[in-house]
Design a protein around this ligand. Structure first.
Ligand code: HEM
Length: 509
């Protein structure tokens, strides 16, 4: 009932807003696209998570630069890499704002300005400084040990379904970096559950109306509004006690610097500091920041890891080449039980493995965990001209990043998994887009993913150690199916099932 009501109200608003926009926009040349009614019809009849095929059809019809005229304003879509470079790098300051969303404080939803800069600098330069990341090497080793135990315990003829273990490992690691201490499994699962419950509902678009029209939405969609509040409160009930206890512990003893510690010291810019806490973040703000830290860094990284390992299972010659590179640098593999000792491939070893880096980059190109960036918004108070078209003030912009990495104009045999394409002469490949965009799995420009270095490092660390310790093979009667499905990220439709056998034990038998 509520959803039918939502559709009727949305249609009415669409028609009304369409009329207003039409009047306002007359004489302006937007990039081409479907009519106002068609755009809104497409939006209302296709679930948000299944919208990519619709956009692919529109791209085929209108080209790689088109407009959807939605009731909340024009949404511009760009699927061309050189245009993405013009917009995100050459005119970065103009296109780096975000549309208004739920009233919460974090990096990804902050408007382009001093607060965003403060939060982002804190994460990227302060918390993720290489020396800080290095100080967590004990944590990575512990998580690797937990992950090895889990995959070895799950001895199934049809193979281990590894993605659950990847997800758990990444979650453990980020929870540890966030709060600075190890938690038991039940606590980690509890945090994962409140995070996931919220994320699943938000990304399905269930609360979209609430954040587009906060006041009206609260009245018209009472049940959804209550549901949203309940999810927020569940999350706060789990995270606030952990934040408080971390703050107390950090006051009394010197520990590893955790993400929460860096948040405590932040001083909000003057225009934002009127929250009664003297410009400090409240506990609720910290929940939002920690939540973002988990949401951005766990599913993305574990999904990428699954795709990379799937290709290594599917193409044993690539796995073999990688294994050879690894043993050239660190010698023959130890037994999995030795992971608790010193026997892990560490940060310095990883730097000597160019083929490993190429495998990870090829994984991100061929199977980017997300096929769009977060919506951007034109920041300036007036419209902008791009390629002879007008992009009006306040328009949202997104990029078909999944398409860009597979463009046959840019990539030779784009559907093939060929890590060698990333082995360039000086061994350095820039995927940040500053010199030119060929793919953008992590975005590009000012809003580019600030966790990129950490994500790359975690991917290299887990891929290298997994392949060093274990031989990854297709179970009897099994196979590797690379079909995709959209969940929170773009995952394997048929999750990877693989046999993992200790290489050291194989050598001695
Ligand atoms: C393979 C792993 C990852 C992928 C593929 C990925 C991808 C992305 C993408 C596509 C964006 C949107 C960029 C834009 O809007 O233009 C983004 C933003 C962001 N990512 Fe990541 N990410 C990954 C890992 C991480 C990690 C490990 C963290 C932190 C722990 C993180 C934190 C963030 C944050 C805070 C933003 C918002 C940036 C802003 O608005 O300024 N990400 N990421």
């Amino acid at each position: 009932m509520e959803s039918r009501f939502a559709i009727v109200v949305s249609l009415l608003i669409a028609v009304l807003a369409g009329y207003v926009l039409f009047r306002r926009r007359s004489g302006k040349k937007l990039p081409p696209g479907p009519s106002f009614l068609t755009s809104n019809f497409l939006l209302l009849t296709n679930p948000l998570l299944e919208f990519e095929p619709v956009l692919k059809n529109l791209k085929a019809k209108y080209g790689p630069f088109f407009t959807l005229s939605t009731f909340s304003g024009p949404a511009i879509i760009i699927a061309d890499h050189s245009l993405a470079h013009k917009v995100l790098i050459q005119q970065g300051a103009v296109f780096s704002d975000r549309p208004k969303s739920f009233p919460m404080r974090n990096i990804s939803s902050a408007s382009y300005g001093p607060t965003w800069r403060l939060f982002r600098r804190n994460l990227a330069s302060e918390f993720m400084h290489p020396s800080r990341v290095e100080s967590y090497s004990w944590a990575r080793k512990w998580v690797l040990h937990v992950y090895f135990c889990r995959i070895q315990k799950e001895h199934v003829v049809s193979g281990v379904k590894v993605v659950d273990h990847f997800r758990y490992a990444m979650f453990c690691l980020l929870v540890l970096m966030c709060f600075g201490e190890k938690f038991e499994e039940s606590r980690i699962n509890e945090i994962a559950k409140v995070q996931r419950d919220m994320l699943v509902k938000v990304s399905s678009g269930r609360f979209a109306m609430l954040h587009m029209f906060p006041r009206l939405g609260k009245i018209l969609f009472k049940n959804r509004s209550k549901e949203f509040e309940k999810l927020c409160s569940d999350k706060e009930q789990v995270l606030i006690p952990l934040i408080k206890s971390r703050i107390e512990a950090a006051n009394s003893e010197p520990l590893n610097v955790a993400y929460v510690d860096t948040l405590v010291n932040l001083q909000l810019p003057e225009e934002e500091s009127g929250n009664g806490d003297g410009g400090k973040l409240s506990h609720k703000d910290m929940v939002s920041m920690c939540s973002e830290f988990f949401n951005s860094g766990t599913d993305t990284t574990s999904t990428a890891l699954e795709w990379i390992m799937a290709n290594l299972v599917k193409y044993p010659h690539i796995q073999r080449k990688l294994y050879d590179e690894i043993t050239r640098v660190v010698g023959p593999p130890p037994r999995p039980s030795e992971v608790e000792l010193e026997s892990v491939i560490n940060e310095d070893d990883l730097k000597k493995m160019p083929y490993l880096k190429a495998v990870v980059l090829e994984g991100l190109r061929r199977h980017p965990p997300v096929h769009f960036v977060l919506p951007h918004r034109v920041r300036v108070m007036k419209e902008v001209e791009v390629e002879g078209y007008t992009i009006p003030q306040g328009a949202t912009i997104n990029f078909m990043t999944g398409e860009m990495g597979l463009d046959p104009e840019v990539w030779d045999e784009p559907m093939e998994f060929k890590p060698e394409r990333f082995l360039v002469n000086d061994g350095v490949v820039d995927i940040t887009g500053s010199k030119g965009i060929k793919m953008m799995p992590i975005g590009a420009g000012r809003r580019m993913c600030p966790g990129y270095d950490l994500a790359m490092f975690h991917l290299e660390y887990f891929v290298a150690n997994s392949v060093w310790y274990f031989d990854w093979t297709v179970p009897d009667g099994g196979g590797v199916d690379l079909s995709e499905e959209v969940e929170l990220t773009v995952v394997m439709k048929n999750p990877l099932r693989t046999r993992v056998s200790s290489r050291a034990e194989k050598r001695t038998t």
